[in-house]
Design a protein around this ligand. Structure first.
Ligand SMILES: [Zn+2]
Length: 129
């Protein structure tokens, strides 16, 4: 109950920072929009959990890609796409490697945390032959 209330408050404060639309594809239908934490609830302090700059407004498709670490954003807001997604499939996910979100200074530390800790960058992925 407490978590749910917190999530609602978080979304309410975060959504206007992203003009109430998916930061990547511009979808505006509220039912499809999610306030996605950069530093997830379980890893965040009480203050960070409710900080509207700790996250990004995304449609349900892009929210799952972000939440699961298939995409991330660096300190400048540029997208990074995991090599687990083949570039031939980018169009299916409505992503491309030139995407950039208009992050503000306050987003930076959270975006960097996500990139470091959540992003599947495959540095350790074993080579397959
Ligand atoms: Zn989207």
């Amino acid at each position: 109950m407490k978590i749910r209330k917190g999530q609602q408050k978080f979304k309410k404060q975060l959504a206007p920072l992203w003009n109430n639309q998916c930061a990547l594809c511009g979808i505006e239908l509220p039912a499809l929009l999610r306030a996605s934490h950069a530093k997830p609830w379980k890893d965040a302090t009480d203050e960070e959990r409710l900080d509207p700059y700790n996250g990004i407004l995304l449609c349900s498709n892009h929210d799952v890609l972000y939440d699961q670490g298939y995409i991330t954003f660096d300190g400048t807001g540029k997208i990074h796409i995991s090599s687990e997604i083949e570039s031939i499939d980018y169009v299916k996910f409505s992503i491309h490697d030139k995407m950039r979100v208009s992050r503000v200074e306050e987003n930076k530390k959270y975006f960097k945390w996500h990139k470091r800790n959540i992003f599947k960058d495959n540095k350790n992925k074993r080579e397959q032959d």
